[in-house]
Design a protein around this ligand. Sequence first.
Ligand code: PEP
Ligand code: MG
Length: 575
Amino acid sequence: MTYTTGRSASPGITSGKAFIYAEQDLAFSTVQIENTEAEQTRLKEAFDNSKAELDEIKNSLTGDLGEEFGHIFRAQMTMIEDDEFYEEIIDAISSGKICAEAALDQIFSGYADMFSSLGEDDYNRQRLLDLTDVYKRILRNLLGLESSDLSAVPAGSVIVAKDLMPSDTALMNRDNVSGMITEKGGVTSHVAILAKSLGIPAAVGVSSIVASAKSGNEILLDTLEIDEAKIWISPALEEKKQFEKKVAGYKNKLKQLEEVKGLEAVTTDGKKIELSANIGSLADLESAINYGAHGVGLLRTEFFFLDTPTLPDEDKQFRFYKTIAEKLNPGMVIIRTLDIGGDKEVKCLDLPKEDNPFLGFRGIRVCLEYRNIFKTQLRAVLRAAACGNVKVMFPMVADVTELRAAKELIAECCSELAAEKLDFNPDLETGVMVETPAAVIISDILTEECDFISMGTNDLTQYVLCTDRINEKVSEYYRMFSPAIFRAIKAAADNAHKNGKWAGICGELGGIPAAIPVLIGLGIDELSMTGQMLPEAVSIIRSVSYNYCKETAEELLKLKTEDEIKSFLQKKTLN
Ligand code: PEP
Ligand code: MG
């Protein structure tokens, strides 16, 4: 029996037989060659085969899992279709008189070093992952090896792997997978996104799991806690018994949650809380609706702009927003305008590299400079707002002049749309994301001029606590339960209410079950979260009184440290 831990990437509790997904052996020897032309032909064939494979995966995904995943493969396709990359390998073959495998490896290593030197942010990590995936695909084709995918996993498998590349999981027989465990990958990795959207429990960052487990070993996987994932390999009888008890409890809970799914989120004494979902794609929307979502409190629009060589036009954006608005009508859809920054490369915008990207050119700052891009998006939003209950929200606002500038552009767009005789909603409601300390401090000023606020606690935590949200070195300082955060939330909610406006939360904190009563007690009117968390949120809200929430919030505000707050919330959850 082996017990180990990792990080929860997708919540749940499950068991199954280990399916060890080992990497293919792609070893090769560097061979000096005379006939460079024949070698270049081999390379061309390997590229062609790889393109065809990627095309097939991309097509099978786009319709199935939604645009977001098709998008990942489009990014890889762009790499493989990059003439420069191909030509460099061709040149390396003829100049070095080396085999195609060695030439590919040489050029790939150069690019990999470059990506690594750009820093360890999520975006660069992702690009490197995609490039590695492309490299391995071409190399495998050069070596004449069959593609090893997960389409043949037997039923009831828990996939155990060092890492899972997007293309590994693309053809996976999802019905047969009951869990996923990887050594690498963070909570925002592909595995995590995929597992969450499929509702499969997943753990990442589980060191040495591939060496510890053997194919066919029984695996127990518990990812129910926010942070810690628990894994047993070949468990002892007693552990199995304990685990099965927990599974039974969880199944029971899911059954109960099934009954409240989609019900109104109203406290026992009649306070109604708006519950909505965070989505970034149509696949997320479908999943959220299955979990009972009636509205969207945060539509992240970034994926339209990432990786594509050309800007998404107004009609493309309009159709996307309209589909969501119509599907949820009369439920609301809050569209967040483009929130990109120096930490994410956007091919179609030539943004400067920055030393301090999180304090740099990002969020609304980018939109106000690239006015045409911003206006295209605003026009699409205004038009979609004629088809449903659509609102717009601006990220990273730190001053009321930014809100004013955005509203002026909306007014300009309205005049243009009216002149063009296109349908739109001239009364589009506007909101501000409270993500900067400044936005909290001036929330009284901001809420005089917008219709609502929504607190982006992921960034708010980063900026209030001066802690880079993706820097693992300081992750212990990224205290999402810090007293500073709860005080900030209360201050902003109070200011919004004084101006007769509502206040929501769309950061991760809003979807943490133990925090929900407190957030309501602090005055939060709306909570937006990953679809999967909605049923539990409904259940919690329907089991507490507003009075209880207020009292609990008051008690919490007296606490001085994050640890005190965590144990307080834990105790409250157990009671
Ligand atoms: C946030 O910052 O809390 C938020 C919801 O936005 P994002 O995570 O997309 O920055
Ligand atoms: Mg944010």
